[in-house]
Design a binder for this molecule. Sequence first.
Ligand code: ZN
Length: 159
Amino acid sequence: MTDFVKNGLVVGFNYTLKNDKGELVEKSQQPMEYLHGNHNIIPGLEKELDGMQVGDTKLVTVAPKDAYGEIDPEMVYEVPRKNFPAGVELTAGMQFQTETDGGMMVVTVKELKLDSIVVDGNSPMAGQTLHFDVSIASIRNATPQEVEHGHVHSHGHDH
Ligand code: ZN
């Protein structure tokens, strides 16, 4: 099958991800599968994989706006200490989930003040230009259920 990556197909790819400093951020341990055209992966990468074939490799640079967004200063805010559960020792760099009007989000503790905690709701990847080295490992048709759900059912994801 000589299929090209296109909307509605399930694509498996290996990747290494480096930041602007050339530091390794992430490396796939096994091909990551996603349903092409459904925004399962960051838009700047999805667009570049379009039309590739199994075995193809590509270096893809993705600007923040097409990845995890620019850093939003308004996402950095102070939370009163009393809002945190007692007995939890807070340290800078800690990450935890919190519920907001917009749903669950992960925030990072930036700074500890006497009566409040400064937290950052930006993604740790926000503001970063991403450098992917990708290779296409597989292309297959999506199952009807995958099409219906808009994501792949593999690697233990089932419901
Ligand atoms: Zn599903």
